[in-house]
Write a protein that binds this ligand. Structure first.
Ligand code: AMP
Length: 531
C-alpha cells in the first residue's frame, strides 16, 4: 500500500518529495560539498567526494557479485565509518537494506530474512561476544533465497576508475523509481510475523530533510550520533539528516567514555541523546562538548527542567524528539515556552503531517487535552506494512495508529502533543523495543511454565526492563533457567527477562485478561522497597 496518487502529486508539486533516489540525492550533495567532511568515526574520516566515489566502487563490486536492484540485504553492523560507506553502496547498487540489529539472533533473523526474501547478509566481524560471520553462514544454510555473506570492511570493491564506476551506478539508478522501496525498517516490537516497514526513496529522504530543516542545520553543522546507526533514528537523524544539508556526521559508539572525546574533538554542533545518554551532562568532558553544541534533542522518556538546563548549559537550544520507524516525527518548536518544551514532545516536522488523537481502536476524535491514541498520516508515514494486511493498524482514512497514548495541548499557539503512555504491549529498553507477547510465547515453551507475562519494570538507566511473572507446574523456575531456555531458542539477549516473579496464578481483570497494570504496579512497588 502506497500513498494515494493525488497526494503524491501534491507532495511533489509542493516540493516536499523529490524526483531522485537516495543515492542520487547523496551524489548531488557530494558535488556541492565535495571537500567537506561527510563522516567522521573512530576509524577515520571521509570527505563527501571520497565517500561518494568509494561507495560507487563498492556498489559496482556488489552488482558484480550478481546482486540485482531490489534484492534485500539483512544488515547487522554497528556504528563504524565503513557502515556509512556500505549503506550508500547498497543503495547505489539498488539493493534494499533490511535494518535489523547486530543484537538480533537466529530467532529474529531467520524469520525476517525469509519474510523479505533476503539475497545477502551484511555482518561485522570481531564484535565482542559474538561471531556474526559464522552466524550469517549458519543462517544461509537451507535458506531459499540467501546467496551472499558480506563482511563489513571486506566488501567487494570494483577495480575501476571513478568515472567508470559512476557510469555503472548511474545506469543502475536509472532503473529505480523515487517511489520504490529503498529500505526496510523493522517495526518496534516485532511479533511472530515480523512487521517490516517499507521506506521509499523520496519520502524517506524528505523525512530527513524536514528534520534537518526544523533543527536549522546547515553544511556548517557537525552532527553527533551515538545511537545504533542502522535504526530509523540513526539513518534519519544521523546519516540522511546530516547529509541532506551537506553537514558532517560524527558517528560514535554508545559508550559516553569513547563517544565524548570524539564529539569534543570534532567540535560537534548538534546531538541526539536517547534515554541511556541522559547522564551525558554529568560526564567530565561535557562542558567542553557543551561549548560547541548549538542544538540538542532528547528522546525516549520524560525530560526534567534540570536536565534541559544541564544539557544546554553551554548555550545550546535543547528540545525533545518523538519519532518512530513508521514515520511521524514530533520536535519541540524553536522559541517555545519552557512549559511546552517540558510537558510535550512538540509538533510535527512537516506542514503536511496530520496528527489526530482518537478513541483507542475507534475513529472518534477526542477533545483537546484528553488522552487517546496518537494517529497520523502524512508525507513520510507508512500506509501499509510489507507483505501483510494489517487493517487494525490503520484508520478508515489511512492514518497510522501508533499504539501510543497522547493528548493535544494547545500552548503558545501550537497544537503540541504530550505522550501519556501506550496501548501497545511493549517494553522500551533503552530505545530497543521488546514485544511482550513474543517473549511470553517463548517463555510458555519452557517445560515448567504454565502462565507467563512480561511487564515493564522501571530502570534508571534504560527507562524500562522486562520482568517475567510466571506461574509454573510447581517447579521453581529461575532467571538462569529462563536465560538458558531463551539462549537455546537463539533469542536476542536484549529481550531476555531481567527478573522473575513466581506466582500461583497470574492476576487477571474481571473479564479474564492478564492484569498487566497490577503486575507493573507490583514490581514497581517491590523495586522501591528494595532501594
Ligand atoms: P521506533 O520505531 O523503534 O523508533 O519506536 C517508536 C516508539 O518509541 C514510539 O511509538 C513510542 O512508543 C516510543 N518513543 C519514541 N520517542 C519517544 C519519546 N520522545 N518519548 C516517549 N516514547 C517515545
Amino acid at each position: 500500500m502506497t500513498h494515494p496518487a493525488d497526494l503524491v502529486a501534491q507532495y511533489r508539486a509542493e516540493g516536499l518529495w523529490g524526483t531522485r533516489t537516495i543515492a542520487e540525492e547523496l551524489h548531488e550533495v557530494a558535488i556541492a560539498h565535495a571537500d567537506r567532511d561527510a563522516v567522521v568515526a573512530a576509524q577515520g574520516r571521509l570527505g563527501y567526494a571520497e565517500l561518494d566515489a568509494r561507495a560507487d566502487r563498492v556498489a559496482v563490486g556488489l552488482a558484480d557479485l550478481g546482486l540485482a536492484p531490489g534484492d534485500p540485504v539483512i544488515v547487522q553492523v554497528t556504528n563504524r565509518l565503513e557502515t556509512v560507506v556500505a549503506w550508500y553502496a547498497m543503495l547505489k547498487a539498488g539493493l534494499v537494506p533490511v535494518a535489523t540489529l547486530a543484537a538480533h539472533r537466529g530467532h529474529e533473523i531467520a524469520q525476517i530474512s525469509r519474510a523479505v526474501g533476503a539475497r545477502a547478509h551484511l555482518v561485522e566481524a570481531g564484535l565482542r561476544g559474538t561471531d556474526l560471520v559464522a552466524f550469517a553462514h549458519e543462517q544461509a544454510r537451507d535458506h531459499p533465497t540467501m546467496r551472499h555473506v558480506l563482511v563489513l570492511g571486506d566488501l567487494p570493491v570494483a577495480d575501476l576508475d571513478p568515472g567508470e564506476a559512476r557510469r555503472r551506478v548511474e545506469e543502475i539508478q536509472r532503473g529505480i523509481d523515487p517511489d520504490d522501496v529503498a529500505v526496510f525498517q523493522l517495526s518496534g516490537g516485532t511479533t511472530g510475523v515480523p512487521k517490516l516497514i517499507p521506506r521509499r526513496h523520496a519520502e524517506y529522504w524528505y523525512n530527513a530533510c524536514a528534520y534537518a530543516e526544523v533543527l536549522g542545520w546547515t553544511s556548517d553543522d557537525r552532527v553527533g550520533h551515538l545511537i545504533p546507526v542502522i535504526h530509523n533514528a540513526g539513518i534519519t537523524c544521523g546519516v540522511h539528516g546530516a547529509h541532506a544539508v551537506g553537514a558532517c556526521l560524527v558517528l560514535t559508539d554508545h559508550d559516553l567514555d569513547t563517544a565524548l572525546p570524539l564529539l569534543v574533538a570534532e567540535r560537534t554542533t548538534s546531538v541526539l541523546f536517547g534515554h541511556v545518554h541522559y547522564r551525558a551532562p554529568e560526564h567530565p568532558l561535557y562542558d567542553q562538548l557543551a561549548a560547541t553544541l548549538r542544538v540538542v534533542l532528547l528522546s525516549g522518556a520524560k525530560v526534567s527542567e534540570e536536565l534541559f538546563a544541564a544539557t544546554g548549559r553551554g548555550g545550546a537550544w535543547v528540545g525533545q524528539l518523538f519519532g518512530m520507524a513508521e514515520g511521524l516525527f514530533l520536535v519541540t518548536p524553536r522559541g517555545s515556552s519552557a512549559e511546552l518544551r517540558r510537558t510535550t514532545v512538540g509538533v510535527p516536522i512537516s506542514p503536511r503531517d496530520e496528527v489526530r488523537i482518537l478513541e483507542p481502536g475507534g475513529e472518534e476524535e477526542v477533545a483537546d487535552g484528553e488522552v487517546g491514541e496518537l494517529c497520523c498520516r502524512g508525507p513520510y508515514t507508512l500506509r501499509g506494512y510489507f507483505g501483510v494486511d494489517r487493517p487494525e493498524a490503520f484508520t478508515a482514512d489511512g492514518s497510522y495508529r501508533t499504539g501510543d497514548l497522547a493528548a493535544v495541548r494547545v500552548l503558545d499557539g501550537h497544537r503540541a502533543v504530550s505522550i501519556e503512555g501506550r496501548i501497545k504491549d511493549l517494553i522500551n529498553r533503552g530505545g530497543e523495543k521488546i514485544n511482550a507477547e513474543e517473549v511470553e510465547l517463548l517463555l510458555l515453551a519452557h517445560e515448567h511454565v504454565v502462565e507467563a507475562a512480561l511487564v515493564a519494570m522501571p530502570d534508571p538507566r534504560l527507562g524500562e526492563r522486562g520482568c517475567a511473572y510466571l506461574a509454573t507446574d510447581g517447579t521453581a523456575v529461575t532467571l538462569e533457567d529462563l536465560r538458558a531456555h531463551l539462549a537455546a531458542l537463539d533469542v536476542a539477549k536484549f529481550k531476555w527477562p531481567e527478573r522473575v516473579e513466581l506466582v500461583d496464578a497470574l492476576p487477571r481483570t474481571k473479564v479474564g485478561k492478564l492484569d498487566k497494570k497490577a503486575m507493573t504496579a507490583d514490581i514497581t512497588a517491590r523495586l522501591e522497597t528494595e532501594i
